[in-house]
Design a protein around this ligand. Structure first.
Ligand SMILES: Cc1cc2nc3c(=O)[nH]c(=O)nc-3n(C[C@H](O)[C@H](O)[C@H](O)COP(=O)(O)OP(=O)(O)OC[C@H]3O[C@@H](n4cnc5c(N)ncnc54)[C@H](O)[C@@H]3O)c2cc1C
Ligand code: FES
Ligand code: FES
Length: 464
């Protein structure tokens, strides 16, 4: 049996499939049909609900969450805000209604929930933060201005909310021929990985959730990593940041912001808040896409992975983990336990750039990541990695060598940029042509020079 609270009321999922989406489950409850399905793939935000975890109110896409993932969770839907606010509309609802910010019945519930989550947070709610909070909510027909105006006032106040005690989720949840496993320790996880062959290994579900919501896959066995203590840890040592594979982007951000500010900027462009509240770096690596945003960064930063199985643990440099198009060296009985990222030395600099058609909520055409070690005004070591230029994310080794031979001079970087094609021969696809990808990769080297060594006024990044 699986239990969760929805709008403060305890629900037992009864006979529901453990891989039913939270959206479908909520909408099956009488009078809870305010949460809508727009795209069923995490893009539009119509299905946004709020999950209360560690006293934080997080907007999440209910179309991607499987029921098994939300055992013991506290969920608030658009209907619940008024209930928990003593029968009154909340400040953001008042402002949206009063300021002409309500639109159609599909997008509005999602906007309300995204802004309700923002209103409950302790962040400074400047315009940039408001736009960030709204990046995962699309309206296909009108404008966002009255919504942003409503947020400027309505998100400044929060409402009080009483947490609900709820028992920890069980070890497994079985319905008919489906079993959803919820191990709590690494030992339990690797034993299951050994015993339940072919099970779906699920973390945040922002990649795998689409197989349920779009492809209607009904997996027999799912092993969920979200309760495994060792995978949920984030540890900072003197020389490393160790991020558990099931730590979400949102949870990792404060550490990454302090240690690798440019990486933090890139992570803030992964999907939307709804996606980052669920998605994990471990899942990005597990998915092994050639355009996974964190992968070139981790390669450039010389990160390594701890892979665990019932036989023990082994450490693999992340650049050796990817062996071909979406192929990795992970064995079928292994899991990624954590990612170890060496912190920067005083004479090291790191920058990463994502190029995509839209600024927010878009998949990259090209990602470039650069870690440079500087001594006596020379680059003594360069680690340059790209995504989107080859079947797997990988280093530009010839460019690295050439970089170590040039001075810190823009003309020399311009010359260097012309030889990027000696490292990569990208393909054309619906996101970008081979020629465009090569041009971007080259231009990013010039941008890197201007960003690190050029005069401040030369580089203007336009955020639309
Ligand atoms: C709307 C939307 C926008 C997105 N935008 C971006 C974007 O801008 N940039 C980007 O890079 N990605 C993006 N993604 C993809 C996705 O969010 C990321 O890849 C995310 O990091 C996946 O993490 P997850 O925890 O959700 O993984 P899951 O979906 O749970 O799993 C992904 C894969 O990793 C494997 N896996 C998970 N945990 C482990 C583990 N511990 N050990 C071994 N394998 C494991 C799974 O088996 C699966 O194969 C987007 C997705 C959506 C739906
Ligand atoms: S239905 Fe579009 S994000 Fe969930
Ligand atoms: S999608 Fe709702 S008004 Fe545009």
């Amino acid at each position: 049996m699986l239990r969760l609270t929805i709008n403060g009321k305890l629900h037992d999922t009864g006979n529901a499939s453990p891989t039913m989406t939270l959206l479908e489950y909520i909408r099956s409850i009488p009078n809870l049909t305010g949460t809508k399905e727009g795209c069923a793939e995490g893009d539009c935000g119509a299905c946004t609900v709020v999950r209360v975890a560690n006293n934080k109110f997080q907007a999440v896409n209910s179309c991607l969450l499987q029921l098994g993932q939300v055992g013991a969770s506290e969920i608030i839907t658009v209907e619940g805000i008024k209930t928990i606010n003593g029968g009154e509309l909340s400040p953001i609802q008042e402002c949206l209604a009063g300021g002409g910010g309500t639109q159609c019945g599909f997008c509005t519930p999602g906007f309300v929930m995204a802004l309700f989550a923002l209103g409950q947070s302790a962040e400074e709610k400047g315009d940039w933060v408001i736009h960030d909070a709204l990046a995962g909510n699309l309206c296909r027909c009108t404008g966002y201005r009255p919504i942003v105006d409503a947020a400027r006032v309505g998100c400044m106040k929060n409402i009080s909310y009483e947490r609900h005690a709820i028992e920890a989720p069980p070890y497994k949840y079985r319905k008919e021929n489906q079993t959803f496993y919820m191990p709590k320790s690494l030992n339990e996880l690797v034993s299951l990985r050994e015993a339940v062959k072919g099970a779906m290994l699920l973390s945040g579900g922002t990649d795998l959730g689409l197989s349920i919501s779009k492809d209607r896959v009904v997996p027999e066995n799912v092993i969920y990593t979200g309760h495994v203590f060792e995978l949920r840890e984030i540890v900072e040592t003197k020389g490393e940041l160790i991020v558990g594979a099931a730590v979400t982007y949102t949870e990792a951000l404060e550490y990454i912001k302090r240690l690798f500010p440019s990486f933090e900027e890139l992570i803030r462009r992964i999907g939307s808040r709804q996606i980052r509240n669920l998605g994990t770096i471990g899942g990005n690596i597990g998915n092994a896409s050639p355009i996974g945003d964190t992968l070139p960064c981790l390669i450039s930063l010389d990160a390594s992975l701890t892979l665990a199985s019932a036989e023990g643990e082994r450490e693999v440099p992340i650049e050796d983990y990817f062996v071909g198009y979406r192929e990795t060296c992970l064995k079928s009985n292994e899991v990624i336990k954590n990612i170890k990222i060496p912190t920067l030395l005083d004479n090291q600099m790191f920058r990463t750039y994502k190029v995509s058609k839209r600024y927010d909520q878009d998949i990259s055409s090209v990602i470039g990541a650069y870690r440079l070690t500087i001594k006596n005004s020379r680059i003594t070591n360069a680690r340059v990695a790209y995504g989107g230029l080859a079947p797997r994310p990988c280093r530009a080794k010839k460019t690295e060598l050439a970089m170590e031979r040039i001075g810190l001079d823009e003309d020399e970087f311009v010359e260097l940029s012309k030889q990027i094609s000696s490292d990569f021969q990208p393909i054309s696809d619906h996101r970008a042509s081979a020629k465009y990808r090569t041009k971007i990769a080259a231009n990013l080297l010039i941008r890197l020079y201007r960003d690190l060594f050029g005069s401040e006024n030369e580089l203007e990044v336009v955020k639309v």
